[in-house]
Design a protein around this ligand. Structure first.
Ligand code: HEM
Length: 159
């Protein structure tokens, strides 16, 4: 069995969300004309917030392609750099109010996988195209837990 403590689990999960944000970007349309940092923007123009680009920006996350669970990124900070589910705080901005729940579900999933080793993961590698929402692996990835396989064998045996 693989042992992993609570802080490590949270760091791992946050790094998964940083590297593979389910929503690569979010969009909005302007309700009125606006000049922002020297750019003239018109009413009804589309604006895209680049979630993927922000969580992969080397100025914010040194060596951004490296999976490093010790970065101390957290939804708790409510900042505008670690924004896999939007920036700021859900009370005052559009940051996803389901983020705490999402992290908790991922933590429980990871614990389940660690408890049930060995697992079979197929395919071993997959691309995550960023052109659609949600951005999910293609082809889809299956994780077979050891006890699930044992149950499947037992079920076949019973028939
Ligand atoms: C994998 C899980 C999830 C992902 C990747 C995700 C991602 C996002 C993103 C990117 C936004 C837009 C943020 C922005 O506009 O800046 C958002 C908004 C929102 N999310 Fe989530 N979310 C997830 C789960 C949930 C859950 C579990 C709930 C509720 C139980 C939830 C409720 C909402 C709501 C209500 C908004 C709109 C907030 C607003 O516009 O003020 N989400 N989410």
């Amino acid at each position: 069995m693989l042992t992993i403590n609570h802080e490590e689990i949270e760091g791992f999960v946050e790094e998964v969300r940083r590297l593979y944000p389910f929503f690569p970007f979010v969009g909005a349309r302007l309700r009125k004309d606006l000049v922002w940092q020297g750019h003239s923007l018109g009413k009804d123009d589309w604006l895209l917030l680049d979630l993927y680009g922000t969580t992969h920006d080397a100025r914010l996350f040194p060596q951004p392609a490296v999976f490093n669970p010790k970065r101390e990124s957290s939804w708790r900070n409510g900042d505008f750099r670690f924004i896999p589910q939007g920036g700021g705080r859900p009370e005052t901005n559009h940051r996803c109010p389901g983020e705490k729940m999402t992290v908790a579900i991922l933590q429980e999933t990871l614990k389940l996988i660690c408890r049930s080793r060995p697992v079979r993961i197929t395919p071993a590698d997959a691309n995550i195209p960023l052109g659609s929402i949600p951005a999910s692996p293609a082809p889809p990835v299956s994780i077979i837990l050891a006890h699930a396989e044992a149950n499947a064998v037992a079920a076949r045996f019973r028939r």
